[in-house]
Design a protein around this ligand. Structure first.
Ligand SMILES: Cc1cc2nc3c(=O)[nH]c(=O)nc-3n(C[C@H](O)[C@H](O)[C@H](O)COP(=O)(O)OP(=O)(O)OC[C@H]3O[C@@H](n4cnc5c(N)ncnc54)[C@H](O)[C@@H]3O)c2cc1C
Length: 263
């Protein structure tokens, strides 16, 4: 289906992008377009103005700090994360990005777009929640930083308001992480997924079972299935998986991710 007519703006600075967003409540940021353009074609979203972030170098790049902290611009693509020497400081990032869809989507799709769309089947929201990423949001009033576990508010809803931008993703040092998913075919959409990280305690974030990642803690990988049961999940059921099957997958995948993180 063709797009309906839409105004297109390509700002030359983050400040200009924010001014355009604030000046029109029908304006939306355009990152890789891999979700937004498709929902526009389906008429599920109908912005008046697309504010293309692709010219903004301030929103790109991956920096590795001396303490192992990674600072990632939201306009960094999955392919850039997979190929980056710096991002290998947290190997799970490239490992999970390499599982997202196909090469075309990985070349265009961005970490920021993945998080800001908060499709509950996406790979990166549970990963960011498990590894304790901090997300910096910028608007006219300045910057604020939100832990990933508080960033996701509902299906397609996050802490980023219409007149704000996600401007930075900060990932602490660490290597003891895991991720497991059951997908629709090879490289397909997740039916259920789980990310885990061992950093003092074992933290697991479950995807596809609620509107936002469900974060649970466990003492060890042996305790994970019990911890998932205790969370009393009530996942949605659909043509791909009943609610009960998704809840079962959440247990199995949480344990797999936890074993990878603790091996
Ligand atoms: C065929 C296909 C299969 C896919 N399979 C998967 C999959 O298996 N797993 C997965 O995780 N994803 C999958 N995706 C989605 C893909 O990863 C998208 O790239 C991602 O969800 C959105 O990223 P984007 O850069 O394309 O953002 P866009 O589509 O441009 O934007 C998405 C939303 O985020 C907002 N936004 C973007 N950047 C910012 C910012 N910096 N600040 C504020 N708001 C912002 C936009 O306004 C929009 O509302 C698939 C997509 C396709 C087309």
């Amino acid at each position: 289906m063709l797009l309906r007519e839409v105004e297109y703006v390509k700002p030359s600075s983050v400040a200009d992008a924010l001014t355009t967003l604030a000046g029109n409540d029908g304006a939306r940021a355009l990152a890789g377009g891999q979700t937004l353009i498709n929902v526009m074609k389906a008429r599920a979203a109908s912005p008046d103005v697309l504010v293309d972030l692709n010219g903004l170098d301030d929103l790109k790049g991956i920096e590795l700090g001396a303490d192992g902290t990674l600072t990632i611009g939201p306009m960094t693509t999955y392919t850039e994360l997979i190929e980056s020497a710096e991002a290998r400081a947290r190997p799970i990032l490239g490992e999970v990005c390499a599982q997202i869809a196909d090469v075309q989507v990985r070349n265009r799709g961005t970490i920021g777009g993945n998080l800001c769309s908060n499709d509950p089947t996406n790979h990166l929201p549970p990963l960011m929640a498990a590894i304790g990423a901090q997300l910096t949001i910028t608007g006219a009033g300045g910057e604020r930083t939100v832990p990933a576990a508080d960033f996701f508010l509902g299906v397609y809803m996050t802490a980023v308001a219409q007149d704000e931008l996600l401007t930075k993703i900060t990932i602490p040092a660490g290597k003891r992480d895991g991720f497991a998913a059951v997908t629709l075919g090879v490289d397909g959409t997740c039916i259920a997924n789980a990310a885990a990280s061992m950093n003092g305690s074992l933290r697991i974030a479950l995807g596809c079972v609620d509107a936002v990642p469900v974060v649970i803690e466990a003492d060890s990988a042996d305790d994970v299935r019990e911890a998932v049961r205790a969370a009393k999940l009530d996942p949605p059921g659909d043509v791909h998986a009943s609610s009960a099957y998704r809840a079962h997958l959440a247990e199995v995948l949480a344990e797999r991710a936890a074993r990878q993180a603790t091996r």
